[in-house]
Design a protein around this ligand. Sequence first.
Ligand code: C5P
Length: 230
Amino acid sequence: AKPRILSLDGPAGSGKSTVAGIIARRLGCLHADSGAIYRSLTYACMQLLGEQASPEEFGRVFLEQTPDPHGFALRVDYDNGKQLHYLNEEELGLKIRTPSVTARIRYIADHAQYRNRVNELLRELGAKTALIVDGRDIGTVVFPDTPFKFYLDAAVRTRAERRRKELIESGMEAPSLEELEKQIADRDEQDRNRKIGALQIPPGAILIDTSNIDRDMVVSGILAHLQEQF
Ligand code: C5P
């Protein structure tokens, strides 16, 4: 039988990654975090070009690199269900989650060649093993045929509050709530209006608004929908 795929799409701060991680552990499969792959590609480009490089330079890098399966000696691996990102064998950890990476992701995520690379990587993995995949275009573009599709959403304010808590908990500097709301609204706008791979509710996806429910309720809601069919 073909390995199973569960897609979990939604905007920044909707709780996808946390929920995907918990579900993957419960169901004993891998959690593939596509946003983190875009982040590590962005980080790799920043290392190569410097922080001041233009969007066009980011776009060109890909074409000039000698082909290697994941690009830039970047390697994505899994350890105990956790997705790890190695650049020249250094594990990147939280380096892919800084505001300067976040601000430059679109230089990568707007380009078809980078998106295809990420999609190939996910599909190769999905052909081998059962996956919970979170992102923006997983149910629409990457795995459109999977019967297990979910979409998480939440109010901008709620998402900003979550991001702030996350940043503080991981010891990073956290902007004000107002600033975070603005950043999230900007990212929503970029993610929804991208020419390819835009954030959309996949046809047939189960929609869950997480504004007023906690993480455990989202998890149990998804598991209830699956009815042990996954
Ligand atoms: O999920 P996360 O916030 O880490 O994703 C970072 C960014 O990567 C998103 O804002 C989006 O621009 C991009 N992304 C994407 N397609 C995906 C996942 C993430 O374009 N499937």
